[in-house]
Design a protein around this ligand. Structure first.
Ligand code: 13P
Length: 340
């Protein structure tokens, strides 16, 4: 493991107020999103969609790294150019999702454990040869009646830490993603309590598994009320609760926190990230960045709908969201940007 390379890559991934684009939906997830819009659920449609994304003009101005799925990292543009080369030429670092998905956790009804550690060392070596310089693993924590349980939090935290240690051994920066889901009617306070518990447990496990904090990026949820909670706090209240929670649980050695969007409306995700940077940026030990999937891609996907004729308009929408989120990192995002 070359520690300095990991540190440099982690810094590069959040340099210039840019962020990450999570274009790593698994085939079932991508197909589900296609199905809703009447797009054929085929390898070719997924390839065309990913070509639209990676060839978006000037995307590298706002996006520093793109997380790919196994199918996508092996694909090419119609003219035969590998996606990895297209990204690298655009100044975007290729990354790869390496978990094998969240499965039911035995003995824990309603809870999930992320699998994929078996054979991971060998897969990481292959991805590294293909040009990936960072990786992602997502753990899913559900909030509900009597959950999350200790067993679920600890099993997921340990898997994240073992994954992160293997990544660093292979020279890849691990993106460590423990996602507390927004589904449910729980309050913002309950989300804060669970998120803090999860993050503390994750960082204990990262320490136990000897993960170098300077060479990783944390990808957490924002602290938000459940989707169906009657009380929905303001943008500033969400920003305050999120930063307060992170300050308690995330060591200062971590270079960056890149949020997932988790199903928040795209504009709200930008507004919340912006509020955090406006209110706290100068006082924080880590950069507050983004690693959005839906909050960057969904508007573009809805414009594209599988139609060649809509590619340019979809790319424009994708670039716009990336630009809004770069502005949010600077604390310069405003609703007026949405009208341009
Ligand atoms: P969302 O931003 O759509 O939550 O996706 C982020 C991600 O990478 C989930 O693993």
């Amino acid at each position: 493991m070359n520690a300095q390379n990991l540190i440099d890559t982690a810094r590069e991934l959040v340099a210039g107020d840019k962020g990450l684009l999570a274009m790593d939906e698994s085939n079932p997830t991508c197909n589900k999103r296609f199905a809703k819009l009447g797009i054929p659920q085929t390898v070719e449609a997924r390839r065309a969609y990913r070509e639209l994304i990676v060839t978006t003009p000037n995307l590298g101005e706002c996006i520093s790294g793109a997380i790919l799925f196994d199918e996508t990292i092996r694909q090419q543009k119609k003219d035969g150019t590998p996606f990895v080369k297209v990204l690298t030429d655009a100044g975007i670092i290729p990354g790869i999702k390496v978990d094998a998905g969240a499965k039911d956790l035995a003995g824990h009804p309603g809870e999930k454990i992320t699998e994929g550690l078996d054979g991971l060392r060998e897969r990481l070596a292959e991805y590294s040869k293909m040009g990936a310089r960072f990786a992602k693993w997502r753990a899913v924590i559900t909030v509900g009646n009597g959950i999350p349980s200790r067993g679920c939090i600890e099993a997921n935290a340990q898997a994240l830490a073992r994954y992160a240690a293997l990544c660093q051994e292979a020279g890849l920066v691990p993106i460590v993603e423990p996602e507390v889901l927004m589904d449910g009617d729980h309050t913002l306070e309950r989300c804060r309590e669970v998120t803090e518990d999860v993050l503390r447990t994750v960082f204990n496990q990262l320490y136990t598994q000897r993960v170098m904090l300077e060479g990783m990026i944390l990808k957490p949820n924002m602290v938000v009320p459940g989707l169906t909670c009657p009380k929905q706090e303001t943008v500033d209240e969400v920003a305050d609760a999120t930063v307060r929670c992170l300050l308690r649980a995330v060591p200062a050695a971590v270079p960056a926190i890149a949020f997932l969007s988790g199903g928040q409306p795209a504009e709200l995700a930008s507004a919340r990230l912006n509020a955090m940077n406006v209110r706290f940026k100068s006082r924080l030990p880590w950069a507050l960045a983004f690693s959005f999937s839906r909050a960057i891609q969904q508007p573009a996907l809805e414009i594209w709908r599988g139609e060649e004729a809509h590619v340019m308009a979809a790319q424009k929408a994708l670039y716009h969201r990336a630009l809004c989120n770069r502005a949010a990192r600077r604390g310069e995002y405003s609703a007026a940007m949405e009208r341009t």
